[in-house]
Design a protein around this ligand. Structure first.
Ligand SMILES: Nc1ncnc2c1ncn2[C@@H]1O[C@H](COP(=O)(O)OP(=O)(O)OP(=O)(O)O)[C@@H](O)[C@H]1O
Length: 225
């Protein structure tokens, strides 16, 4: 699903140049659940942004689903993003002015799916995430755990091939955190590829493989199952 070769990313400010990714190599097969770990500043978010087609690399090669996307322009990246990717963030990133239902409906509106099909799919996923009873609430009226379940519903409502999760339990207590990790595991068990950045060894143990990064490179790998 993902083949990355010698990936490079630099950040230049007036005085300094930071090498965020230094000829990084990575392969992820369809159906895998991979955790990415490493100290602050080692390049995890930079890598996740490139994997999520939110940013482009300065060097190297990125093959996604058999297509070379290294030099895709923003229009092509956005198209691929909305069709095939789902994002889950530490800060949930829900839109405060929209209800639960409307937040989850958004990816389907972007895909120009009709209203009755949207309603069906949104209700289905809200049921699955056990948050249907809050469908007309606004994000601020929900607990952290409930907000993350809504964010999950939004991430998966269009059945993406790949879920990218950035510290998905970072703002949750351990009960809600475990629930969210179980949701990720269930999604993965039903065929969705998952790549998750985490600082938590506990969360990483839900994955199949832990990739450890240092100074913009992958350094070790632990195969868990
Ligand atoms: N927009 C930017 N401008 C300049 N430097 C940046 C920018 N974004 C990231 N960097 C630098 O690139 C390096 C990698 O950052 P990145 O955010 O990918 O690390 P990280 O592993 O995700 O860290 P954390 O665990 O703290 O979130 C760091 O040295 C960081 O300071």
């Amino acid at each position: 699903m993902i083949k990355i070769k010698n990936l490079e990313k630099y950040y230049r400010t007036e005085e300094v140049e930071t090498i965020a990714l230094n000829k990084l190599n990575l392969k992820v097969e369809p159906g895998e659940f991979v955790a990415i770990m490493g100290p602050s500043g080692c390049g995890k978010s930079t890598l996740l942004n490139i994997l999520g087609l939110l940013d482009d690399p300065d060097g190297g090669e990125f093959i996604f689903n058999g297509t070379d996307v290294t030099h895709f322009n923003e229009k092509k990246r956005a198209e691929l993003r909305k069709q095939t990717l789902g994002f889950v963030f530490q800060s949930f990133n829900l839109i405060d002015e929209l209800t639960v239902f409307e937040n989850v409906e958004l990816p389907l509106i972007y895909l120009k799916i009709g209203a009755s099909e949207r309603k069906k799919r949104v209700e289905e996923v809200l049921e699955k995430m056990q948050i249907m009873h809050r469908r007309n609430h606004f994000p601020q009226q929900l607990s952290g755990g409930q907000q993350q379940r809504v964010a999950f519903a939004r991430a998966v409502v269009h059945s993406p091939k790949l879920i990218l999760a950035d510290e998905p339990t970072g703002n949750l207590d351990s009960n809600n955190g475990n629930e969210v990790m179980q949701l990720l595991s269930d999604l993965n068990a039903s065929g969705t590829t998952v790549i998750m950045v985490t600082h938590s060894e506990h969360d990483a143990r839900y994955s199949h493989r832990i990739i450890r990064m240092l100074d913009g490179q992958t350094v070790t790998e632990n195969i868990l199952r």
